[in-house]
Design a protein around this ligand. Structure first.
Ligand code: KG4
Ligand code: ZN
Length: 335
């Protein structure tokens, strides 16, 4: 195809509204992101009904604003990509209805994309892109999986969490330390002034074979620890440092095990937790030691965003995916 295709991407799977325009020749033209976290913080987690109502308020105005940034009009768009799942049903419906409605009115294709596939492929928005096949570690608020990526659309699950996701482990322990939701990034900031040697927390599943994860025991261990200490500022920081060290250690060692098993040395880390600086540093050290190369998107492409949806929609369209205007969603959708 000589002429470029221009995709409008719409991400509304949870508590962020992400809109972007991606051009197959010129790359990302513009993007906007709105996060609802302040609204949900007082409830200690995402309230699904509030999330969908806010997605309704934000999506169309943000599409307008993103297009204005590109100086394009809606009629310059070749196709629309929206997140079809997994995610919160009400929030997903907003993106699906807006995406399919616009596509119908414009007479262009609508492509529903997989949120986790979009996270995995977000690294392709960067200048340095991994060759395929690669080993992917997907760590978000809802998922923790090791995946062999052979090519676009060809994924083989190597291991996953049996209970809490890594992001959930960060958020739940952050809450035990009195931090607001979502606490992952705040816990990491608190850990900066902590002593990682003061408390030793378990590394679940490390002493068992295989590539699965489990993080619920870590949360229990932290709950017991919080009960028996005085939570002064230094102690909170020390516990935060111990939590971060334990989660990062498990993620890095399991990824190392996956490298050895698969002999894949090109490693991609994706999803919100990939924004964690300690994880990035320790993963980099391990992958170098294994003679491989690590690819992690910039933090803004690790957490939810519209750019990854627009990018994946573009690749899917070019690969021949068929348009569908049925606006159906898949709140639970394995990769
Ligand atoms: O991918 P994402 O934005 O949304 C989902 O699809 O789940 O991931 C959100 C998760 C949350 O659990 C959040 O606390 C965590 O990513 N997170 C972090 C950091 N930034 C975001 N966890 C640890 N350190 C961070 N810097
Ligand atoms: Zn996500």
């Amino acid at each position: 195809m000589n002429s470029s295709v221009r995709i409008l991407g719409i991400e509304t799977s949870c508590d962020e509204t992400g809109i972007a325009v991606y051009d197959s020749l010129d790359g990302l033209l513009a993007q906007q992101l709105y996060s609802q976290t302040d609204m949900h913080a007082r409830y200690g987690g995402v309230v699904p009904e509030l999330s969908s109502r806010d997605q309704i308020r934000k999506t169309l105005p943000m599409i307008d604003a993103t297009l204005a940034e590109t100086k394009l009009s809606i009629s310059d768009i070749t196709a629309i990509a929206y997140t079809k799942g997994p995610g919160l049903a009400g929030a997903l419906h907003v993106g699906a209805m807006v995406g399919c409605g616009l596509a119908y009115a414009l007479g262009v294709p609508a492509i529903g994309v997989h949120h986790l596939e979009a996270h995995l492929m977000a690294v392709m928005l960067e200048e340095l892109q991994p060759p395929m096949p690669f080993l992917g570690l997907l760590v978000s608020g809802g998922h923790t999986s090791l995946i062999r990526v052979d090519k676009l659309g060809s994924y083989h699950l190597l291991g996953e969490t049996l209970d809490d996701a890594a992001g959930e482990a960060f958020d739940k322990t952050a809450r035990l330390l009195g931090l607001p939701y979502p606490g992952g990034r705040l816990l990491s900031e608190l850990a900066e002034s902590g002593d990682i040697n003061r408390f030793d927390l378990p590394r679940p599943m490390l002493n068992r074979p295989g590539l699965d994860f489990s993080f619920s025991g870590l949360k229990t261990a932290v709950a017991l620890l919080v009960d028996r200490v005085t939570l002064d500022d230094q102690t909170r920081s020390d516990i935060a440092a111990a939590v971060e060290a334990a989660i990062v250690d498990v993620l890095v060692r399991k990824t190392q095990r996956a490298i050895k098993q698969t002999e894949l040395r090109q490693v991609v880390v994706a999803g919100g937790v990939a924004a964690n600086q300690v994880l990035r540093q320790q993963m980099q050290a391990m992958v170098s030691e294994e003679g491989g190369q690590l690819y992690v998107p910039r933090p803004a492409y690790c957490t939810d965003n519209g750019a990854m949806v627009a990018y994946l929609g573009c690749q899917r369209l070019l690969a021949g995916d068929k348009s569908s205007l049925d606006a159906s969603i898949l709140p639970r959708w394995p990769l």
